[in-house]
Design a protein around this ligand. Structure first.
Ligand SMILES: Cc1cc2nc3c(=O)[nH]c(=O)nc-3n(C[C@H](O)[C@H](O)[C@H](O)COP(=O)(O)O)c2cc1C
Length: 334
């Protein structure tokens, strides 16, 4: 039987495991991808990159494409509504960064993206999907993948058609976030659709949507037969999911060192104030789980002084560390 820890070939590229951090704008940056790769995520998918920016003179987007060699295999994810610009942008990104894959976003539900026909908006244009995948496959030496949703809305469910087009045009992998665009993040992801897509396609199918524990990741693979899973929101507060843990079971030493390792990676990557802003949202989740006082967390996430941020983070993490050890001691005595 397939194990989540088994590697998997995506065309010529080998993912180290079948549990992968989902691409998430504002979260799956280089530090968080590195952290989760070290914890067991089988590959790195970047935040989505707008090929309008790639094809402009502005080079700011390049920061979001940069990755560490240790992150490989890396997929850079691109999005657009314009076929030629998307294909040209994919080529430019490949030339500059040499990722292992290029992934096309066909699932973003955000209004200003999907309403202009990009992201999940592409699901309404199977003709464009065909041109995009064939254009990229025929112009790039690396595998091309796509991340899709069920369809635009309940009346236009077409993931089987879209998945088939991707496969026919030479895509090496499809990931299905099993909701429609209309659902955004509401309702339940339809895992039966993941099973149906897997039954339909020959290329690897990754399932995505609502996995909140390692056991649920295993369940998705067992129940749908999908080749692997992507984890999004659950990873934000539980990066240990890639190592097989849930917040209640993660060894405390690992919990604690992860906070500091993550912050060290953020510090290395960003200017001091930007680093604090990037790390705030993670710090809040980590420290809340550690039981830090609300007022302390509020102070940490509102300070505009990077030195104070770091001092507070170290104090809170170590204070809560001590409390947690005391709790564990008391637990052992009881
Ligand atoms: C804050 C946020 C940002 C996201 N950004 C992206 C993105 O850039 N590209 C993409 O394909 N999906 C993006 N997604 C969708 C996730 O990759 C994933 O499909 C979705 O969260 C469902 O999986 P989950 O239930 O494990 O969270 C984003 C989701 C969230 C919550």
């Amino acid at each position: 039987m397939t194990s989540i820890r088994d590697s998997i070939q995506i065309g010529p590229v080998r993912f180290d495991s079948r549990i992968i951090l989902a691409p998430m704008d504002g979260y799956s940056d280089n530090p968080f991808r590195l952290l989760t790769r070290r914890l067991g995520s089988g590959a790195s998918f970047t935040e989505f990159i707008n090929t309008i920016e790639v094809m402009s003179k502005n080079t700011k987007y390049q920061d979001r494409c940069r990755f560490a060699p240790e992150e490989r295999p890396v997929a850079i994810q691109i999005f657009d509504d314009n076929v030629d610009r998307l294909v040209a942008g994919g080529n430019r990104v490949y030339e500059l960064f040499k990722p292992d894959l290029i992934d096309v976003n066909m699932g973003c539900s955000v209004n200003h993206v999907s309403n202009r026909g990009a992201g999940a908006g592409l699901l309404r244009r199977p003709d464009k999907v065909e041109q995009i995948i064939s254009g990229l496959v025929n112009s790039l030496p690396c595998p091309i993948s796509a991340k899709i949703r069920l369809g635009w809305d309940a009346d236009s469910i077409n993931y089987l058609e879209i998945g088939q087009i991707c496969e026919d045009q030479g895509a090496a992998m499809v990931t299905l976030h099993a909701r429609t665009r209309e659902q955004l993040f509401k309702g339940e992801a339809d895992w039966n659709a993941i099973a149906a897509l897997k039954a339909r396609l020959s290329i690897p199918v990754f399932g995505n949507g609502d996995i909140d524990s390692f056991a649920e990741a295993e369940r998705m693979i067992a129940e749908t037969g999908c080749d692997g899973v992507m984890i999004g929101r659950a990873a934000m507060e539980n990066p240990w999911i890639f190592a097989g843990y849930d917040p209640a079971t993660v060894p405390f030493a690992l919990f604690y060192t992860t906070i500091l390792d993550h912050y060290a990676l953020v510090k290395k990557r960003y200017e001091p104030m930007r680093g604090c802003i990037v790390f705030r949202k993670f710090a809040k989740k980590y420290l809340t789980q550690l039981g830090a006082a609300k007022d302390d967390i509020r102070r940490l996430i509102t300070t505009k002084d990077p030195t104070e941020f770091e001092t507070l983070l170290n104090r809170l993490a170590s204070e809560d560390r001590r409390n947690r050890f005391l709790e564990e001691d008391l637990g052992a005595d009881a």
